[in-house]
Design a binder for this molecule. Structure first.
Ligand code: ADP
Ligand code: MG
Length: 234
């Protein structure tokens, strides 16, 4: 049984296909990394899974439901969270207001969700009245991830969560993702920082030009000579 099963997806932005039949699956509780060169279709795959791009062919099953072609808001309601690569929060709103926005589709009491996010990111509680735009890069990343956690997703998608951060803040992000996973959330990460991401992953997929190229356990990909040479700079 998979929490997510993506089968033979063809999609793109215009008439041109960018993904040429991608398949991935995630079992409950797994951390999965998607790596591959720039332009190989990693972000496009994330956007397609989250319902932001029209699927031309293929099928996506999430939590037992066929979500192929349904809108992002409906996908969120089914328990998927998404932290995009850019514009993950509203800079002119405070940290707290951003977190509240994350719970926009729920109108009952959100205080328990807030407490859970503050348990993961205590710094956000201290800075809840500060505008997100004036926070540090690491704190802004916490706001983006925290916002997606407000609805306690079963599966969290993150596009380049460590991009643009200092080494210390990168460690913080990967540590927090492990912590979030240990509390029961399955995680799909797209990363440039591929070695680091594979280290915390159960399995990984390598994409190339919109197609599956390699897949396997994290440690196995890290030791695969072709993967190392072509994609991990080793
Ligand atoms: N908004 C867009 N409109 C048209 N083409 C796009 C858009 N975004 C990305 N592409 C194209 O899709 C391909 C895959 O891009 P992307 O999924 O962003 O790659 P990655 O995340 O692996 O670097 C690239 O050729 C890119 O030029
Ligand atoms: Mg990308």
């Amino acid at each position: 049984m998979n929490i997510l099963k993506v089968s033979d997806i063809i999609s793109g932005y215009t008439d041109l296909d960018i993904l040429h039949g991608i398949s991935i699956h995630i079992k409950p509780g797994e951390i999965i990394s998607i790596i591959g060169p720039n332009g190989s279709g990693k972000s496009t795959l994330m956007k397609t899974i989250f319902g932001l791009l029209r699927i031309r062919s293929g099928e996506i099953i999430f939590n037992g439901d066929n979500i192929t072609g349904i809108q992002p808001e409906a996908i969120v309601r089914k328990g998927m969270g998404y932290v995009p690569q850019e514009k993950e929060f509203f800079p002119s709103l405070t940290a707290l207001e951003n977190l509240e926005m994350g719970a926009f589709i729920r109108n009952n009491d959100i205080s328990s969700s807030l407490e859970r996010v503050y348990d993961v990111f205590p710094a956000l509680k201290e800075k809840q009245r500060i505008k997100a735009g004036s926070m540090s890069g690491g704190e802004q990343r916490m706001v983006g991830i925290g916002r997606a956690l407000m609805l306690s997703p079963d599966l969290l998608l993150l596009d380049e969560p460590s991009a643009g951060l200092s080494p210390v803040m990168r460690d913080m992000v990967f540590g927090k993702l492990t912590e979030i996973n240990e509390s029961g959330t399955s995680i799909l990460i797209v990363e440039q920082n591929a070695k680091r991401s594979l280290k915390i992953s159960d399995r990984g997929y390598v994409l190339e030009m919109g197609r599956n190229r390699f897949e396997g356990p994290g440690e196995e990909l890290l030791e695969n000579e072709d993967v190392l040479r072509l994609y991990l700079g080793g």
